[in-house]
Design a binder for this molecule. Sequence first.
Ligand SMILES: *Cc1c(COP(=O)(O)O)cnc(C)c1O
Length: 238
Amino acid sequence: MPKTSSRQTNIAKNLMQIQHNISQYCEKYHRNPQDVHLLAVSKTKPTEDIRTAFKAGQVSFGENYLQESIDKINDLADLPIEWHFIGAIQSNKTREIAENFAWVHSVDRLKIAKRLSQQRADSLPPLNICLQINISHESSKSGFNIDDTEAAVNEIIKLPNLKLRGLMAIPAKADNFLEQRAIFSQMKTLLTKLQTQHTQLDTLSMGMSGDMEAAIAEGSTLLRIGTAIFGERNVAGL
Ligand SMILES: *Cc1c(COP(=O)(O)O)cnc(C)c1O
């Protein structure tokens, strides 16, 4: 199928290009490339695309929609993929998330953290989590406010079946590079402050296809990239 194979070639090429860009930005901003991880965001994309990316060396994949992601996790059970949940969390869906993922980036309230810890099987390693920060103060977006984060961390760090790794943000769109950096810089400042008390925090989950460079410049350790790997999502609103 020529169509399928060119799609596969593109995914592999895009991954190489992004890894190349990451190294270049790391050099430019004096970052160690080993500290900047790539999460491939595969929401709305078929499992064949995930297989292709896996074959090209990509191991970590991020999904937003629970039912879609469970279907994919089952279809791809033959591959040792590390699955990350990055979407909005309904409190009645925490069990499936706790049972199926290695990471959750979008923990946006204490109640969700408590449920995930309760529902994570003792036989599994602790669930890695990041707290989502509402960094642009948008009423439409979920996440902790900066001022509430320290108190939340002090509670969540005690939960037995979670491993609190750091912070995540989805900033409001800013086309301007300096604006992007200014927002990400607030995330870096917040993490650095928390790290003085909690040295285990090692993750800043920030940077998407449109603001990767700014995120690396400001200390991102985990980029969540969808479009630049898999192409545009042709589902309205996603
Ligand atoms: C969709 C999504 C991404 C990837 O965005 P792209 O612009 O396609 O790279 C990253 N993070 C979250 C939380 C997302 O929902």
